[in-house]
Design a protein around this ligand. Structure first.
Ligand code: AMP
Ligand code: MG
Length: 499
């Protein structure tokens, strides 16, 4: 590839540790020409946090964020990775339509990747066109911002750029590129890529780089690779517990879509569920329900088992059985951590400051009732908190049930349990409103907003939705429609991979 001409810009101060430290782990590459790049959404708050001073009116910035021009200091690379997709192993996936432009340090010295998705074909494209279309780009933008506002670790969108191209999908769609920010794009699949090739030196280098970047305190540990695995599993357990508490379904928990940093990554056919049903699946390609809501904790453990396999030779080079035993213990710790995180998070959702094992049954009985009555998950917890504030709140809660009697005995038991809490009811209600969102990206709202953008180039609904879900806990007048589940004529919701 010809060395690209770099555009001088003060916009980014790149410091590209991955490209510098891990030669051979990527291909140096440049994005495709974009005929008419235009920034359609820009995340000022995130740019500010990253200390970037970007002029969104600057045509060159649109070109840089589309991948067709290379900024000074940027080293665009397509990263190599492998992955288990729906249980089957692909030894080579990699950035087939993405580029890592480089890394920047935020005001506190934290390192972040600036990464493009949809910037054109790369040597990892495997016959794909390397492109992305506007709808899925906006969906990832909205979902990531919503998750961030909910306090859930996630990649975030910096900008959405339309390229001026029409891309063939089901019909022609406007081409777009998502510029996203993550604390890194190192995946379980990155480790699998080198393990599958028996490239142990590379794997060791990758592990040391990742530990230094994400878990620096572990560098001096006696068995740092085991400690690394435990730390990754711990973050993953807490992450998935958080997904469960807001009714988030990732939809494609393949090992190439699991970030070692513990952030939610690669928003494809993801969605939030309305009615509580543990078997909920939205993705059209997940026919077996492998990544259904209730299966996510196990899917996380399965992925971590694949990650563990890559670390066996690093942990005990001369005794793989011993390494496997240690990793197996760490995997059961994952489930224990998950259960604890789930219990304390669910406990807080029902107003308990420190839920203990004896509260598990209370929560399970509640969930069974919600399922039986097909109650909206998000509305229920919000209104449960409101029910502590008086008759009106209580009526609002009961209105969610076809048969209000079905929740009566649970509510009585809950009140008895709340009596053990030392906080007054008003404080409990206030605390509950801080963990139970009112506004999530409702599927019907997301779909409608995306459609207006795709069909008419009208981004007002997307901006409005972003603004609403960016403050998920603050009730505001005029936003009632955003707090409601889909109308019954919205029908069963299906998501498609954005490829
Ligand atoms: P994803 O489903 O986006 O997580 O992607 C899975 C793999 O397929 C990754 O290696 C992607 O880079 C690749 N991929 C997805 N869509 C395309 C596309 N349109 N062109 C080339 N590669 C793609
Ligand atoms: Mg992916």
């Amino acid at each position: 590839m010809v060395e690209p001409i770099r555009i001088p810009t003060r916009a980014f101060s790149f410091d590209n540790s991955f490209a510098r430290s891990l030669e051979g782990f990527y291909v140096t590459w440049q994005g495709a020409e974009a005929p008419q790049p235009r920034i359609v959404l820009f995340n000022d708050a995130l740019a500010d946090k990253l200390g970037l001073s970007l002029d969104t009116q600057d045509v060159v910035l649109a070109e840089i964020l589309a991948g067709s021009r290379v900024a000074e200091g940027s080293e665009p690379i397509a990263m190599a990775y492998a992955g288990h997709q729906f249980g089957g192993f692909s030894p080579q996936l990699g950035d087939g339509r993405a580029l890592l432009l480089g890394e920047v340090l935020d005001k506190d010295g934290n390192r972040f990747d600036i990464h493009l998705k949809g910037s054109g074909p790369t040597p990892f494209s495997r016959g794909g066109d390397g492109k992305a279309v506007l709808g899925p780009v906006l969906r990832e933008y909205i979902m990531g911002e919503a998750m961030h506002a909910l306090g859930i670790p996630t990649t975030r969108a910096l900008a959405a750029v339309t390229t001026g191209e029409q891309i063939r999908r089901q019909g022609l769609k406007p081409g777009a590129v998502l510029a996203r920010v993550a604390s890194s794009h190192i995946r379980v699949g990155t480790f699998q890529f080198f393990a599958a090739r028996g490239a142990w030196d590379s794997l060791t280098k990758l592990a040391d780089y990742t530990i230094t970047r994400h878990y620096p305190d572990l560098m001096d540990k006696e068995n740092r690779y085991l400690a690394f695995f435990q730390a990754v599993a711990d973050r993953q357990a807490r992450l998935i517990a958080q997904w469960m508490q807001v009714g988030f379904i990732h939809g494609v928990m393949n090992t190439d879509n699991m970030a070692i940093s513990g952030e939610t990554i690669d928003y494809g056919p993801c969605a939030f569920m309305d009615q509580y049903d543990p078997q909920t699946v939205f993705s059209s390609i997940d026919r077996q329900g492998r990544y259904a809501y209730a299966n996510q904790p196990q899917a996380g453990q399965w992925n971590l088992a694949r990650f563990a396999e890559t670390l066996v030779p690093l942990i005990a080079p001369d005794d793989h059985n011993r390494a496997a035993e240690m990793l197996t213990d760490a995997l059961s710790d994952y489930m224990a951590t998950y259960k604890q995180a789930w219990l304390s998070g669910m406990g807080r959702k029902i107003g308990l400051f420190a839920a203990s094992g004896r509260d598990t049954a209370l929560i399970q009985i509640l969930l069974g009732t919600l399922q039986g009555e097909k109650v909206d998950f998000t509305q229920f917890f919000r209104r449960l908190g409101n029910s502590l504030s008086g008759e009106e709140g209580k009526a609002g809660l009961l209105a969610l049930f076809e048969d209000p009697e079905s929740i009566a005995s649970w509510l009585a038991e809950w009140h008895t349990r709340l009596a053990d809490e030392t906080r007054p009811l008003e404080t409990i209600a206030r605390d509950m409103a801080q963990v139970n969102p009112l506004y999530i990206p409702r599927n019907h709202m997301v779909e409608q907003a995306l459609q207006e953008a795709e069909d008419f180039g009208d981004f007002r609904a997307v901006r409005r939705l972003l603004e609403v879900v960016s403050h998920p806990y603050d009730e505001r007048e005029g936003l009632e429609a955003f707090a409601r589940p889909a109308p019954s004529d919205f029908g069963p919701f299906v998501t498609y991979c954005g490829t």
